[in-house]
Design a protein. Structure first.
Length: 214
């Protein structure tokens, strides 16, 4: 008598059948990807592998959400933006016209610091973020870092001062506290203020002004 090999035994050789323990038979299982295989995810993070941006061959770091690139208009606006006087290095003009008088003092952990009395008193702690989503923080920080380049080496800290909100024009506005440390040969100058930062729906920078003047 001619024997016929069951189809599942043929599939077993291809790795498509599994033998569940104690079942006494075979069960069909589909192909499985390796645990660490990257997956393409649009608009969200993927914990098992890197996030791949559609249309790109590069993967974003694991745990990093993708977002649309800022529009060309926001780049043009950012290049024309003037840094507010409250976070730019102090000048004789700002001291005379706005009473923005700085003094120099030794601060523990900082060394010799030039800043206003208000800022000097705040240097013992780091600026603290207020809970709530604020989509303007990172765009504002990047813009401040770029605008600080002409003044020499500087570091920028930016924290949210509360949840953002939509404007009637469809933009997103949020309060962001900036601390910029300008490094000088024999001291550092620290400028710090809360700005009202505006970004477009894609996260592109539009504007930032002192919150006290808005």
């Amino acid at each position: 008598m001619r024997q016929t090999i069951p189809p599942c035994l043929m599939l077993l050789a291809l790795g498509a059948c599994a033998h569940p323990p104690g079942s006494g038979g075979f069960a069909f299982v589909g192909p499985q990807a390796p645990p660490d295989a990257p997956r393409t995810v649009v608009g969200e993070t993927e914990s098992r592998g890197p996030v791949r941006v559609p249309g790109s061959t590069e993967a974003a770091p694991r745990g990093t959400a993708t977002r649309p690139a800022p529009s060309p208009d926001s780049d043009r606006i950012a290049q024309a933006w003037d840094m507010p006087w409250t976070v730019a290095p102090a000048t004789e003009r700002t001291e005379a016209e706005r009473g923005d008088v700085s003094r120099t003092a030794q601060v523990p952990g900082w060394g010799l610091v030039k800043a206003t009395p208000r800022v000097l008193a705040s240097l013992r702690t780091q600026p603290r973020a207020v809970p709530g989503r604020n989509r303007a923080v990172e765009a504002c920080r990047r813009q401040a870092q770029r605008a600080a380049i002409p003044f020499g080496p500087a570091s920028v800290t930016a924290v949210s001062r509360g949840p953002d909100h939509a404007t009637p024009a469809g933009a997103i506005e949020g309060l962001v506290e900036l601390r910029i440390v300008y490094r000088r040969p024999d001291h550092v100058e620290v400028r710090q203020d809360v700005l009202r930062c505006t970004v477009d729906a894609r996260g592109g920078f539009l504007d930032a002004k002192p919150a006290s003047e808005a």
